[in-house]
Design a protein around this ligand. Structure first.
Ligand code: C2E
Ligand code: MG
Ligand code: MG
Ligand code: MG
Length: 283
């Protein structure tokens, strides 16, 4: 009897396992189908998260972050779909859509004298001459001042091919567009690499900010990263600031800009303006 019971348990757990695997495979296939249509059907939207000058409290920039209005699952963040999208042939088109949408938003927010730069994220395989040409084209099409646009390159992707990344950074900066090294501190960039890349800004990854007040090592790392950046004349932005205490400590370390829930979550563009105005009033 014991043997029979064991057998039937194994069979049923195998059946559950198999249906789990099938369910996951079906979900993946469906996600793929849904993604194939998403761009054409206008289901993607860019949200914007304020970037603040810590000394004055003024909004100096906004990062464009992709959201997907999924027909049945509601609003999805990049964590739910970006890795899959990146592997699809649609990625190129979506990337271009991000650039064009953000540029037209930046043009709407900035007159001839830019006040709020708009930062965009790009897919890793985008680094190269095509990106530079596309950026130049959208600047022209929207009559956008180049200072109003920033390109974020994650540290780990810049490190894949440092020479090609450095060439892209140089070409973008020649256009007058600024470049930030995103998720800085997570990719093990050497000092040589950082100096070769020659970006405008380092964005310190939010994992360091998250536990800087409870973990002595994180404080040491974060203050060193800031000091390093300042020494070579880079602007330093800390990501993921959620409390006033984190902001104050970062500012005391010499960090000049911040981004995080303390200042505002990613939001639709029409909501960002009132937030900017309110922050200005509050000083
Ligand atoms: P990222 O570029 O490092 O963007 C910052 C992420 O941190 C965003 O997540 C933002 O919502 C989140 N965040 C900001 N402040 C806080 C905070 O105070 N606390 C916490 N817990 N989180 C905070 P999101 O929007 O889910 O985006 C995730 C990643 O997806 C981005 O990381 C970026 O790498 C990528 N991504 C987003 N939009 C695009 C896009 O248009 N194109 C490409 N290629 N990648 C994108
Ligand atoms: Mg980013
Ligand atoms: Mg980041
Ligand atoms: Mg990050």
């Amino acid at each position: 009897l014991a043997v029979i019971e064991l057998r039937s348990k194994q069979t049923s757990s195998f059946a559950t396992y198999r249906s789990d695997v099938q369910a996951r495979a079906i979900r993946r296939a469906r996600l793929r189908q849904d993604l194939e249509r998403a761009e054409q059907e206008g289901q993607f939207e860019l949200f914007y998260q304020p970037q603040v000058d810590l000394a004055s409290g003024r909004v100096v920039g906004a990062e464009a972050l992709m959201r997907w209005h999924h027909p049945t699952q509601g609003l999805l963040a990049p964590g739910d779909f970006l890795a899959r999208l990146e592997q699809m042939s649609q990625a190129r088109r979506v990337d271009t859509w991000v650039l064009e949408t953000a540029a037209s938003q930046a043009a709407a927010w900035n007159g001839p004298k830019p006040g709020v730069r708009v930062a965009i994220n790009i897919f890793p395989d985008r680094l190269g001459d095509r990106l530079v040409a596309d950026v130049e084209r959208v600047l022209g099409e929207h009559g956008l001042a180049p200072e109003a646009l920033e390109i974020e390159i994650p540290e780990r992707h810049a490190l894949d091919d440092i020479d090609s990344a450095a060439r892209t950074v140089k070409s973008l900066r020649r256009l007058g567009v600024s470049v930030a090294l995103d998720d800085f501190g997570t990719g093990f960039a050497s000092l040589t690499a950082i100096s070769a890349l020659d970006v405008n800004r380092l964005k310190i990854d939010r994992s360091f900010v998250a536990d800087m007040l409870s973990n002595g090592k994180s404080v040491a790392i974060i203050s060193t990263l800031i000091e390093l950046g300042r020494r070579i004349d880079l602007s330093i932005l800390a990501e993921g600031i959620e409390t006033a205490e984190q902001r104050d400590v970062l500012q005391a370390f010499g960090c000049n800009e911040g981004q995080g829930y303390l200042f505002g979550k990613p939001m639709p563009p029409e909501q960002l303006w009132p937030v900017c105005a309110a922050m200005r009033r509050a000083g």
